[in-house]
Every structure is written in C-alpha cells, then in structure tokens.
Design a protein around this ligand. Structure first.
Ligand code: CA
Length: 229
C-alpha cells in the first residue's frame, strides 16, 4: 500500500510545516496550493491514501474539494484543517465526507498521529520510519523512548530523552532555556532554568565524543542551546 499523502494548504509556511513533518514520519507528500490543483494531483496519483484539506482557499474551498473527492472515492482518508474560530467547519466538514479534523495550530505529534490513524484505517501498515528520528550517528526511537549512538544504546532519563527529542525535532535552531524548560518540564513548572543547564551537562557526558568540547549540543551564549549533527 502506498504511503502517499496529499496536503492542500494555500499558506506556504503551514504547508511547509506539514510536509516536513509527514515526510519525517515516512510519508510521500504531494502538495497543492489550490483545490483545483489538489483534484488534479489526486487524478494523477490514485494511490494517495490520506488527504489533508485546508478550508479557506482561493477558488473552490476545502468543503467542495472534499465533496468532489468523496463523489468518486470512498477509501481515501480525509482530514480537514480548521482554524480555531471555525467551530462550524467541523460539523460541515464531517458532513461533506471528511473523516477527521485538526485545529490549527497543531503539533507535529498530533498531526502525525491523526494521519497514522487514518492510514491504518485505510488498510495500510504504518510506515517503518514512523516513530524514529535518524540523524547520524543518532537514532531516536519515539515509540520505545530510546536513543542509540552508532548503534549503541545510550541510557537516558525521561527528562534527558525529552530534551533529546526536542533537539532532534529542531536541528540547527537556537532554543532558549525557557523554551526547553516549558517543553520538557511543562508550563506549570516553577523551578529555575538552571535545571536545564544541569541536565544538558549530564546529557553531554552521555552523547558527546568529547564532553569538554561539545559538537552536538552547542551553547548559544546568554540564550540557550542549539543542536547540530
Ligand atoms: Ca487557507
């Protein structure tokens, strides 16, 4: 079964975000900026198994695209991309034949989980790459919450694992200590950002070739850290 997915979204930044994350999750992604283009791509690639449809579009809207797809195709999974203010869209979308909807802004994990669910329902096995981030020499297994370096298991605490996951999902991006604290410890955590540094120091001892001269977890002075591989 094909792993081909269609993404219809006219805003290129949102489309890019979706494409990157679905590609990383092991899907082959076809992109469309308009409803017309989406229908064209579906004709050209009848093996598309899941379609993500934005609603507000120039030309025909996402509901109309959904209606036209469903007129000839009952197998494909359809997810509507709705804005927070469009509460009605959920109902209308489901009535026009959509299987599910996600509300913007959504996280990569949420998006992938929804696509995986429809993909499985459509009869496919989940792609092998799902649940893994490979950035040589590292392999992060999201399902088992484990890390390998050069094929060797690195023993991590749950917090260290969460930091690694955040880094590997944001390669090359400077992450502030506060951002890391919020993501890993949660917004309710009122501890000091120092805890971030303590954990990073320990993480470096575990994953760097030379912890005194780290090359993967780089310090961004006065700000935070940056993951480079
Ligand atoms: Ca739009």
């Amino acid at each position: 079964m094909s792993r081909r997915v269609l993404v219809l979204e006219d805003e290129s930044s949102i489309r890019g975000f979706i494409v990157i994350n679905l590609t990383r999750a092991g899907y082959e992604v076809e992109e469309a900026e308009s409803g017309e283009e989406a229908l064209e791509k579906l004709q050209r690639h009848p093996d598309i198994c899941v379609a993500l449809l934005d609603i507000m579009l120039p030309g025909i809207d996402g509901f109309e695209v959904c209606r036209r797809i469903r007129a000839t195709n009952t197998n494909i999974g359809i997810i509507m991309l709705t804005a927070r203010s469009q509460e009605m869209d959920k109902v209308t979308g489901l009535m026009t034949g959509a299987d599910d909807y996600v509300t913007k802004p959504f996280s990569p994990a949420e998006l992938t989980a929804r696509v995986d669910a429809l993909f499985r329902r459509a009869g496919g096995a989940p792609p092998e790459q799902v649940g893994e981030i490979v950035q040589a020499p590292f392999l992060l297994n999201l399902r088992n919450r484990t890390l390998e370096k050069n094929g060797q298991k690195v023993k991590l605490t749950q917090v260290e694992y969460s930091i690694m996951k955040m880094f590997m999902e944001n390669p090359g991006k400077a992450l502030s200590r506060e951002e890391i604290l919020d993501t890993v410890w949660g917004r309710d955590y009122f501890g000091e950002v120092k805890i971030v540094d303590v954990n990073i120091r320990r993480l470096r001892l575990k994953i760097e070739d030379n912890p005194q001269n780290p090359t993967f977890i780089n310090t961004v002075w006065g700000f935070g850290y940056k993951w480079e591989f």
